[in-house]
Design a protein around this ligand. Sequence first.
Ligand code: ATP
Ligand code: MG
Length: 230
Amino acid sequence: DLWKARGHVRFEDVVFGYSGDRVILPDFSLDIPAGQTIALVGTTGAGKSTLAKLVARFYDPTSGRVTLDGVDLRALHPKDLRRAIVMVTQEAYLFSGTVADNIALGKPDATLEEIKAAARAVGAHEFIEALPDGYGTDVNKRGGRVSAGQRQLISFARAFLADPAVLILDEATASLDIPSERLIQDALQTLLSDRTAIIIAHRLSTVAIADRVLVMEHGRIIEDDEPDTL
Ligand code: ATP
Ligand code: MG
């Protein structure tokens, strides 16, 4: 039987440093109920990506624990963890291969119909169909034809297909043209529904759609509010 996570994430008295005595998160506790969308903001070096990486278990805490549905991440089977928690970073939107391959990374046994359904869900289907070879277009060979916004949409389709309980998104800082900005926002709304989401947000429009905004500074949360109260 496949274990399906609900998506309740907790940091319990987490202390974390990458190496040596330099502590990045001095004493971090946070409860994220299943289904909540968190926007994480704060100055550079505050520890936002570090927090995200601890949820994705790229690192383990020095002390304390991070749990998913009450289970220490260290106790989860790596397969279950990878299925339950997906991180979309701005560096690695596309890999070499076709557009379809890139979306299917979210679910290796996906059919083309499932791939297309995921692309439709996030509003990527139209531009993909318009590419020289549609879903068979090699993103490397004709990468120049895929804009930054379109690359982001493809990565959203991949995440949608993977359907994780917890989605972590490091939002692109690169400015997008206006139509794709709107497309991205609509895609985000679809992508975030029915799952827990932690977004390192660079856009005000993203902060606005969050249930909760956390402001980080020096490895601590200095504000924790609904978006309209900030
Ligand atoms: P930004 O907005 O610039 O992305 P951030 O809030 O994501 O910043 P982090 O990347 O979490 O900040 O970095 C927090 C601190 O940890 C910084 O002082 C950074 O230099 C340090 N740091 C980040 N990654 C590593 C690493 N792999 N090894 C050592 N130190 C690191
Ligand atoms: Mg960062």
